[in-house]
Design a protein around this ligand. Structure first.
Ligand code: NCD
Ligand code: ZN
Length: 345
């Protein structure tokens, strides 16, 4: 059994940095492990134009610690009134790497999202023509649809049609949580990929609901039953280039999670690589980690792979119960537990 693993430096293909003081304090957790990250645009107000994205990118770059090299890849928050010309110009100028489709009210700060997917078909047609990647939060929001079925329902109602209507559009099905999503992605053409988070590889819905409500294991899409978790582990460790790393690290203050209406989101950035690698080790797939973490994402996004490397070693890492961010507490994923791999650098 190898005790050390060195791979090309990975990227995080789905990440929330927030803004302001919180952003300044969480950027270093990501920048020490990853070369690039797809930065989600669900700020208040959302990042809906190239000008807003360019300014946000500058704020992120200013938060990268001295001597660090990190490239934020910006996304455009799609709304019912997205200006396709601005999006296309932003992409051509290298400001936008992708655009993000949030069904309105599907998740944190998505109220300004798309009210009806068909309304933005002209924008999707333009994205297909300009070869701009579409990142999708794939859940329906209808009140009568059970929260555990919302991803599957999105595939059946919307995603299949999007992929059929725009056959050349590159689509990332973000943070997939079900075997239905795995099957859909595998059956689709090479233009469809998916990110998989560490939490959906580690926990099922019991972690959220058994032994008292566990708000720190609550994120969207919610963790599903065990059979889905196992399907995700199989997909992530399969070597298929369709699946790649995206933490969906989404910091919320401890007090906002431990509330009568707790926020959705898990702060996975601090121990992200150690968390993922523990899964690959458990699955006997250490040799496939580099593909998932460092190769499949760049290939999908048509970006070069990173030239430098990172090393992890088999050693216990104690994850702190809380981290201080802006003088407030944030509970990281795996808080108070031990992981089997340590990020060396
Ligand atoms: C994310 C957030 O807090 O911004 N929350 C989450 O539960 N994943 C939004 C998202 O990606 O759905
Ligand atoms: Zn997210």
């Amino acid at each position: 059994m190898s005790e050390r693993l060195t791979i090309r430096r990975p990227d995080d293909w789905h990440l929330h940095f927030r803004d302001g003081d919180v952003m300044r304090e969480v950027v270093p957790y990501t920048a020490r492990q990853f070369a690039r990250a797809i930065v989600m645009p669900n700020l208040t107000p959302p990042v809906t134009t190239a000008a807003l994205a360019a300014a946000y990118r500058e704020r992120i770059l200013a938060a990268v610690p001295e001597g660090g090299v990190f490239t934020p890849l910006m996304t455009c928050y799609l709304t019912d009134s997205t200006d396709a010309d601005d999006l296309a110009r932003g992409a051509a100028e290298g400001v936008f790497t992708a655009a993000k489709l949030y069904p309105a009210n599907a998740t944190t700060n998505s109220a300004a999202g798309v009210s009806n997917v068909e309304k933005i078909y002209p924008v999707l047609a333009r994205m297909e023509a300009e070869d701009i990647v579409l990142c999708i939060h794939g859940e329906v929001t209808d009140h009568h649809v059970d929260v555990f079925d919302r991803e599957k329902e999105f595939i059946d109602r919307h995603l299949r049609r999007i992929v059929e209507s725009f056959p050349k559009l590159r689509v990332v099905f973000e943070h997939i949580t079900t075997s239905d999503a795995v099957d859909f992605v595998l059956e689709a053409g090479p233009q469809v990929g998916a990110t998989i988070t560490p939490q959906h590889l580690h926990i099922n819905r019991n972690a959220m609901l058994v032994g008292g409500i566990q708000p720190h294991n609550y994120c969207l899409p919610v963790a599903k039953r065990e059979s889905h978790r196992l399907a995700l582990r199989k997909a992530a460790t399969s070597g298929s280039p369709k699946f790649f790393l995206g933490t969906d690290s989404a910091p919320h203050l401890k007090k906002d999670k431990e509330s009568a209406c707790g926020c959705a989101g898990i702060f996975g950035a601090p121990h992200a690589l150690e968390s993922y690698l523990t899964v690959f080790d458990e699955e006997g797939a250490l040799d496939r980690f580099e593909g998932f973490a460092s190769l499949h994402g760049p290939a999908f996004y048509k970006l070069p792979v990173n030239e430098d490397t990172v090393t992890l070693e088999r050693a216990e890492v104690a994850v702190p119960p809380v981290l201080a961010v802006t003088g407030e507490a944030i509970v990281p994923f795996h808080a108070g537990t031990t992981l089997g791999w340590r990020f060396v650098g």
